[in-house]
Design a binder for this molecule. Sequence first.
Ligand code: SAH
Length: 412
Amino acid sequence: MTGIITIKPEREKPVLNQHPWVFSGAVDRVEGNPQPGDIVTLVSRKGRFLARGYYNPKSQIVVRILTWQDEPIDDDWWRRMLDRAIQSRENDHSWQIGDAYRLVNAESDYIPGLIVDRYAQWLSLQALTFYIDQQKRKIARMLVEICAERFRPIQILGVFERSDVDVRSKEGLSPEVGLLWGEEPPDRIQITADGIAVWVDIRKGHKTGFYLDQRENRTQLFKVANWHFPTLPNIPRNITVLNLFSYSGAFGLHVLELGAKVINVDSSYEALELAEENVKLNNVPLDRVEFIQANVFEYLRDMRDNGEQYDIIVLDPPKFAQSAQQVERAARGYKDLNLHAFQCVKPGGYLMTFSCSGAISADLFQKIVFGALADSGRQAQILRHLGPGEDHPVALTFPEGAYLKGLLLRVY
Ligand code: SAH
C-alpha cells in the first residue's frame, strides 16, 4: 500500500454510496507519494477507512475504486473478481444462445477500466486506464486460466488487445492493438449469436469487433417481424426492413430468415463488405438484401422526399454526444433522424430507435423522439423500452454505465 488519500468530508458521500470514481476536487490530502497505477487507500479526515482503488493523477478521475472493504488488491482479489464476472454470464442467456458476449463490463462489474469480450475461442480486451494497462498481461493470463475451467472443453486460443479508444488519452495513454496471449486471431472469426452466424473482425472491426450490446434487441426485432407480420406456414413475409447504420448487418440477419427484404445503409464500405459476407454465411439469397453506402442523414431525407415507406426501420446511429457539452448538438442530430424515420414508416409499421450516447439519458432521449414525432404529423406508441443485454449489466451505483437506450415504437 503505497499511498493514502484523504477525502474531503463534504465529498465522502459518493464514496460511501459506492460510486467508483473519485474526482481530483474530492481529494483533501495525498500522502506516501503514490505513482500513477499504484493502489491507494481512501480515508476520511478522521482516518477511517473508506475504500481502496488505483491512482492516476494525470486523469481528472484520480482514483477508481476497486473495493469498499479493507482487503488487499492482490492476485487472489483479481482471480475472484474475474471469476465472478465470468461465472455470472453462465447463468444468463448468453451462455446458451451463442458464443459471443461480454465477460467483463468495467465499472459495472466492479473492475473499472477493463472490458473483456468473448468471440468463440478468442477474447478481446480493452484497457481503458493506466493501471489496467499495467496489469493487462497478468489479467490476460488469469482470464485464460478461468475460462479453461469454466468453458471446458472449449479452449481460449488467444487474447487480443483492442485498446484503440480515445478515452485512453485522458489517462495519458496512446492506443494499443495486438496480441496479449496465445495465438494471433485470424482476420475474421465466426461467432453464433441467437442462432445466427456472424463474421467478426476482432483485429480491426468497430469496438472490440462487434456491437455485442445490441444482441438482445436483434432478437426483439426478429420477434416483431415474426409476430406482428403473421403469415401462413412456409410463406415468406412480404416486408421490408430498413436497417440504418447497419455496420456488419447483424440486425438484418435476424429477419432475413423470415423472408423479409433488408436494406442495409452505412457510410463504411468495409462494414458493408462484411455485411455481404454475413448474408452469404447464412445462406440467404443475396437478391433479398441491399447494401447502400450512404450518409444516413442524406439518405433518409431523400427517401422521405421520394415518399418511400418501410414496414420496419432500425435506427442505430453512432455516439453523437461524447460529453455533456455536445448534448445539444447531438439532440438535434437524433431529432432530425427520428423525424425523417417516422415519416418513412408505413402506417402500422415499427421503428426501433437507439442512442448510445452516455451523456443523453433515457428520459432525454424519449423527449427528443417525442419532439421528432410532434413535427412528423404521425402517431406512435411505445411497445418497449430497450437497453443492452444481460451480459452488459449496469451497476446501480454507476448510472454512467447506462449508455445504450432505445424505444420500440408502433407508428400510425
Ligand atoms: N447497428 C449496428 C451498429 C451501428 S454502429 C449493429 O447492429 O452492429 C454505427 C454505424 O454507423 C457504424 O457502422 C458507422 O460506420 C456508421 N456511420 C457513422 N456515421 C454514419 C453516417 N452519417 N451515415 C451512415 N453511416 C454512418
